[in-house]
Design a protein around this ligand. Structure first.
Ligand code: AMP
Length: 431
């Protein structure tokens, strides 16, 4: 199928062609026709499948015809995180560059005055995170009575983050006859409930399993005996010049800070990304990552979800996520735009249960790799049978780093040697 067959407005086709896209991706081919026909849609597709264009293009198509008079947005896109909102807004700018329209973002962590100014004038499309939008809604600053299309992007994550009531409240402020498009990676009872409340006779679209989406990613496991062992393996791996850029996932925000600081102290160009940072700091870090000034990003799940950065050659799970879906989202940060990627997970005996969950979900056994000289003494099979590893909260990194190790990590010797090998590029951005 070609984009021409989708009967899109000439200005949209021109923008798509300017992006260099030759054919619609599977989700675009399946979602765009019913969405343009005005149908509600529930689509399970993950980031990396081209899902953003699958809802932005039908939204823009609507904007090529005049709407009702008024100031409020005609298209409203809700995303769980500010980063995803920024990416969606970026896509709106790219796909809508030849259309006369006004759009903007309403996200938390950004100054109010700009948003108030944006909302005072007529606006066609808004990308928003639920919390801040509710804030404006309750203060009577935004009128949602003109909304023709409501899009819930990563709806499952919005529910995970506790936005169920906010999403319901926002939807209730929009006209009943609106069109609703819902994108989710998972479908459970809570999601089905939300879909039941907000969608009318939706078309259901499910795009290739996660497994197929990640064929360009080689997955590996390294068994780790303890935290010190994880650190040693990480330092060894990061010496590999084949790692152009990596996202290293940690279990908590505090761990992300500690690990980024440790890597920085060792001379690596590393920075943290998590939800406790100000929006300004998050944006700066991401921009440094995109420009190659940061080589190793240490992130938490929420902050890194949906990040679309082509240069990420490796994802390293310093801690294994508990939910298999999070694993899929994490490894999907590499192997983008046709490139190959490598996803490495450190799995301690206590994590064996999470690994089992992931392997069941993906239907794939991930091969175990070892580093000569850093072979584990533990084995996962033993840990799996042990049965005492479920449901325990992992200790934060800072609590668990052995004292002698912490003092070693503060050494400046390795910083100097790393500089020589060219790994030290820029400063730690989260001081
Ligand atoms: P998304 O899943 O929306 O995050 O998109 C993932 C990546 O695919 C983004 O970098 C898009 O620019 C790119 N993309 C989206 N649609 C197409 C297409 N039809 N052809 C090639 N690349 C695309």
């Amino acid at each position: 199928m070609s984009f021409n067959e989708l009967n899109l407005h000439a200005s949209i086709l021109k923008a798509i062609s300017a992006c260099g896209y030759l054919t619609p991706t599977a989700i675009q081919a399946e979602a765009i026709p019913p969405a343009i026909a005005g149908r509600d849609l529930i689509a399970s597709a993950q980031t990396g499948t081209g899902k953003t264009a699958a809802f932005i293009i039908p939204g823009l198509e609507r904007l090529t015809s005049p709407g009702q008079p008024g100031n409020g947005p005609r298209i409203l896109v809700l995303t769980p995180t500010r980063e995803l909102a920024a990416q969606v807004a970026d896509s709106v700018a790219r796909y809508g560059r030849f259309i006369r329209m006004r759009f903007g973002s309403i996200v938390g962590g950004m100054p109010y005055p700009d948003q108030v100014r944006l909302l005072r004038q007529p606006v066609d499309l808004i990308v928003a995170t639920p919390g801040r939008l509710i804030d404006h809604l309750e203060r009577g600053r935004i009128d949602l009575s003109r909304v023709e299309m409501l899009v819930l992007d990563e709806a499952d994550r919005m529910l995970d983050m506790g936005f169920t009531d906010a999403v319901d409240q926002i939807a209730a402020a929009t006209p009943k006859k609106r069109q609703t498009l819902m994108f989710t990676a998972t479908m459970d009872d809570q999601m089905a409930g939300l879909a039941g409340r907000l969608l009318r006779e939706p078309s259901r679209i499910s795009i290739s399993s996660s497994k197929e989406n990640h064929e360009s990613i080689e997955q590996r496991i390294h068994i780790s005996d303890n935290l010190l062992h994880k650190h040693k393996m990480l330092h060894h791996l990061l010496e590999d010049p084949a790692i152009t850029q990596a996202i290293i996932f940690s279990a908590t925000k505090r761990d992300a800070d500690t690990l980024a600081r440790d890597l920085y102290d060792r001379g690596f160009s590393a920075a943290a990304l998590h939800g406790d940072m100000t929006q300004g700091a998050r944006t700066r870090t991401l921009s440094n990552l995109r420009r190659g000034k940061v080589r190793f990003l240490v992130a938490t799940d929420v902050a890194a979800r949906g990040l679309d950065i082509n240069g990420i050659s490796h994802v390293i799970n310093f801690d294994l996520p508990r939910a298999a879906e999070d694993y899929i989202h994490r490894i999907g940060r590499t192997g983008r735009a046709g490139a190959n990627g490598i996803a490495i997970s450190f799995v301690s005996p206590a994590d064996a249960v999470y690994l089992q969950r992931i392997q069941r979900y993906t239907g794939k056994n991930v091969p175990i790799h070892t580093i000569p000289g850093l072979e584990p003494v533990s084995s996962l099979a033993v840990a799996g049978r042990g049965g005492n590893n479920t449901g325990k909260r992992r200790r934060p990194l800072t609590e668990a780093v052995p004292r002698h190790y912490r003092s070693v990590s503060g050494s400046t010797k390795s910083t100097a040697s790393k500089s020589k090998s060219g790994h030290q590029q820029r400063g730690y951005s989260q001081r």
